[in-house]
Design a protein around this ligand. Sequence first.
Ligand SMILES: Nc1ncnc2c1ncn2[C@@H]1O[C@H](COP(=O)(O)OP(=O)(O)OP(=O)(O)O)[C@@H](O)[C@H]1O
Ligand SMILES: [Mg+2]
Length: 362
Amino acid sequence: MAEIRLENVGHSYDDGATFALKPITLTWEDGNAIALLGPSGCGKTTLLNIISGLLTPSTGRVFFDGVDITDLDTAKRNVAQVFQFPVLYDTMTVRENLSFPLKNRNVAKDVISARIDEIAELLGLTKYLDIRPQKLRSDLQQLVSLGRGLVRRDVPAILFDEPLTVIDQNFKWTLRGRLKEMHNSTRHTLVYVTHDQTEALTFADKVVVLNQGEIVQTGTASDLFLAPQDEFVGFFIGSPGMNFMDASVSNGDVSIGSTLIGSADGDRPIANGDIRVGIRPEFLSLSSQGTGTDVKINRIEHRGGYKLIHADGPNGNVVAKLANDASFVAGEKAHLIFHPERTYLFRDSKLCGSVSTKGVKQ
Ligand SMILES: Nc1ncnc2c1ncn2[C@@H]1O[C@H](COP(=O)(O)OP(=O)(O)OP(=O)(O)O)[C@@H](O)[C@H]1O
Ligand SMILES: [Mg+2]
């Protein structure tokens, strides 16, 4: 297994006119499970292909365990890569497909056989071992592809590019759990691309959020949820994402319109001027008594264990996630109650502080 380090690595598909991946520098520790999360086109596959060697970066160097491998071709890098759709040999059985990466490296027959049994068991493929993959459903074919990626123990890293896209929703949960278990026991360095936040957050030790070719935040599931460093992370992570409201700061006071909501807290003093308040639906509440930032409730969405209250806020829709016994009705007026420790301030899309609501009458 290996530590992966990228130094100033970027990529342009059009000779530098635009960068699909803007130059980044990072280190992923040996043995970590890392998820690359972001919307379609943000550069996830580009980054993965640079690590596997399918793509030579336009700028920067790639290191495995401190050794510069930027100019080493894919085969010599020795990493296992699993793509979004099955890549298999149709003339071979499932067993032969799974064995191939080991046979190629002259692994002893009995070792291969034991390892194939283990991987087939993990992926639920035991009864298909002697069938050719073209006879199998596409999700089973993808599992064989996944098996080929997992079968070798001696790879520096395993790279997955949205490997579960074609897998049935229920089995996806089971499989994610098994992959996680497998990772806990083998501690391969594992890089897992997905645009599904649940998949990323449940699977990885560290999630790297990409947007438009840039890393906007790297953190654990709770870092990304509780303290998003960028408006994009606030919005993209969470279901639904963070609410944002236009606000202003004046001598440390934060107001939405003419209503004071609290005082600005930051590592550095926060300059007067326009700002955005960000708060997750989980930390926003509503009250029909008193005064504060007024909203009108326009829709109540029942989600089983909780309710989402959609309201017309100071500039657009705001959503609060409330318990089932909350008794608001559509059409009613209310005002917003901001959680004292979970109300954040963003300027130029970046987190710059939080709002202390203590002592402020809402
Ligand atoms: N071979 C290529 N030639 C030109 N442009 C490309 C090529 N491959 C990708 N791009 C562009 O680079 C950007 C990043 O693409 P990439 O495939 O890395 O995104 P992604 O995050 O993997 O997206 P998805 O979730 O849809 O797979 C996109 O704008 C894409 O159109
Ligand atoms: Mg992709």
